[in-house]
Design a protein around this ligand. Structure first.
Ligand SMILES: [Zn+2]
Length: 110
């Protein structure tokens, strides 16, 4: 099994819809640090699991400098963002971590 990990940093805004009072209910931004984990039994014809630049381009074009409430069709928590990214990258992606601030990290694993 081959595995690769890609780190991507984006700036994006969100506001959360919570059933309790929180400052997170107001629109605010983070510099998100995302790790995308991919694996494959076989390498492609270029000798790669997945092109690092392609991963970055897919995430940046979808999420960077966006309001995540407009992109995701669910509450854009770090947990939901991690799953959304994993689904978007597709079959080879088996785990995504999303750090919204120092010490606050969500992980989604298939
Ligand atoms: Zn936030």
């Amino acid at each position: 099994m081959y595995r690769v990990k890609k780190r991507i940093e984006i700036s994006a805004a969100h506001k959360l819809i919570l059933d309790y009072d929180s400052k997170c209910n107001d629109l605010h931004g983070h510099n998100w640090i995302i790790y995308v984990y991919l694996q494959s039994e076989e390498l492609d014809s270029n000798g790669m699991v997945y092109d690092f630049t392609q991963i970055k381009d897919e995430i940046i074009s979808s999420l960077d400098h966006k309001c995540l409430n407009d992109v995701l069709d669910c509450n854009p928590t770090a947990e939901n963002i991690a799953k959304w990214i994993c689904d978007k990258i597709g079959e080879k992606c088996y785990k995504v971590t999303v750090q919204e601030s120092e010490g606050n990290i969500a992980e989604y694993e298939k």
